[in-house]
Design a protein. Sequence first.
Length: 152
Amino acid sequence: MSDQIISQEGYDKLKQELDNLINVKRREIADRIQKAKDMGDLSENAEYSEAKDAQAFNEGRIAELSQVIKNLTIVESDHNKENIGMGSRVTLRQGNKEINYTIVSFNEADPLEGKISNESPLGKELIDRKKGDKIRVITPRGEIEYEILKIG
């Protein structure tokens, strides 16, 4: 697996999630399993079955996050007010509306919060662009044109 880039903030969030899964969630699930075992017959014990499923999911997520974190490279924000880069906050015009985005890594992307990945079609087009540039992005709904209004 190739190294992926991430901001320090994004890295810290992933580490916090991993620590929570290992140190809090794992114990909670172990307690649930023990309580279910104390109920007796495990063959028809729904609580035990659900707790074991939760344990499998939690352990899978721990393994996944551990692997992801191992392959991350932390980068400092590489943007400036002239060119768009990682960490840039940009204001775009699409038609008659203005949209604000922050360019982040794939692990940090959350379009509902205005955070788009540098690896997304729009993110790729924005990297190294300047204020006033117009870009076109092909989406499942067709081609969309944006104008870069502001870089912050």
